[in-house]
Design a protein around this ligand. Structure first.
Ligand code: CP3
Length: 346
């Protein structure tokens, strides 16, 4: 079936042998980089950058110019879908993302239109195409979206309250978000994304039963609608629920190629439990980047050793890079993964 891939990261996602453990970092393009902050100052903010395809491509490449990373992730956000639905995303200084129109009533959901990615999210698709031209197939590019539950937590003032007060309304919203996300991710794959990641940052807020009914169910709808092959190549799909370590077995039901782990899980125990049914991505505590190169190397060694001499590990953090960690520590992390991992392969 699939054409052979030469990318270390894609091989690890597909549990094929590699020479070293590949590494990329969630939020690898962002505020810890002075060149990002400088461009942000000039452009006037995150949204102006993310909606400009040339700039988004430039920012995607910034961390790759500094560190020998094995993957790039397109510079965008999980909240672009609700923005494209007309909810009006904005960022208030130091307050995080907000929406002009929040979801509260029946009609807020019934009037929501599923966005056509080629019309309403074309800036992301263009950014993918521009980035891929620069990457010249040397490094794979990851596309992404948020899980419906996680996106819902940003467009409802209190999503857990709605879960108990108006569960049917919440289900209708999640369903529309899932449908939009399938179209959006498939458009990213058609535009050239080499892998796809679904971020379920807030799944860990739910009870086990609600996790199944309100998060996993819609992630499954998305994963089963994805076009998981493009131009003869398999497109690995990653699923990540923060604080979802107790549900790894459940997550296999959506058929991910890769499961993301936060830092609360022992990756060796997770590997044994998963038993080659998916690759694993993670799982260094991002706060460790505030320590020093020696401490970082020791933790990298601990994680590599816990995973052991098996294929199917993509090194990453357990969540995004904090916004003000020293750049030297990020460099030390990437180098440590490459230099310390050779002995676990081949
Ligand atoms: O990983 C990458 O480098 C790719 C880009 C990326 C961003 N957001 C850029 C961004 C990705 C993959 C995301 C995902 C995202 N966005 C998630 C899921 C992963 C996670 O972090 O839990 C969530 C929950 C969001 C929503 C979001 N967007 C929040 C909460 C914030 C504010 C947080 C903050 O750090 O201020 C954003 C804005 C945002 N998205 C920034 C970046 C680089 C900061 C923008 C800035 O102020 O310059």
């Amino acid at each position: 079936m699939s054409a052979e891939t030469s990318h270390r990261l894609i091989k690890a996602f597909l549990r094929q042998p590699v020479d070293r453990t590949p590494v990329w970092l969630m939020r690898q393009a962002g505020r810890y980089l002075p060149e990002y902050r400088q461009l942000r100052e000039k452009m006037g903010g995150f949204l102006a950058m993310a909606k400009n395809p040339e700039i988004a491509a430039e920012i995607t490449l910034q961390p790759l110019k500094r560190f020998p990373l094995d993957g790039a992730i397109i510079f965008s956000d999980i909240l672009m879908i609700p923005d494209a639905m007309g909810l009006g995303l904005y960022f208030a200084e130091n307050e995080g993302p907000k929406f002009k129109h929040m979801i509260q009533h029946e009609k807020d959901v019934s009037t929501l239109v599923i966005p056509e990615p080629e019309e309403k999210l074309n800036y992301v698709l263009d950014a993918i195409k521009i980035t891929q031209k620069s990457l010249e197939n040397k490094i794979p590019l990851i596309g992404f979206a948020g899980s419906p539950w996680t996106v819902a937590t940003y467009v409802i003032s209190d999503a857990k309250k709605m879960l108990f007060q108006a569960p049917e309304l919440l289900h209708r919203l999640l369903d529309k978000l899932a449908e939009s996300t399938v179209k959006y991710l498939n458009a990213q794959i058609s535009a050239g994304a080499d892998a796809i990641m679904l971020f379920d940052t807030w799944g860990g807020l739910l009870t086990t039963r609600d996790y199944h009914d309100f998060s996993l169910k819609y992630a499954k709808k998305i994963f089963s609608g994805l076009q998981r092959e493009h131009k003869g190549k398999k497109i690995p799909c990653i699923f990540f629920t923060k604080q979802g370590g107790q549900w790894l077995e459940d997550m296999l039901s959506i058929q991910p190629d890769v499961l993301g782990l936060d830092w609360t899980v022992n990756i060796g125990e997770a590997r044994e439990k998963i038993n080659q049914r998916a690759a694993l991505q993670g799982n260094l505590d991002p706060m460790l980047l505030y320590s020093n190169p020696k401490r970082i190397q020791a933790e990298v060694e601990f994680i590599l050793n816990a995973y052991g001499k098996y294929s199917g590990h993509a090194f990453n953090l357990g969540h995004g890079i904090p916004k003000d960690v020293p750049v030297e520590n990020v460099a030390a992390l990437v180098d440590a993964v490459h230099s310390l991992s050779a002995k676990y392969h081949g």
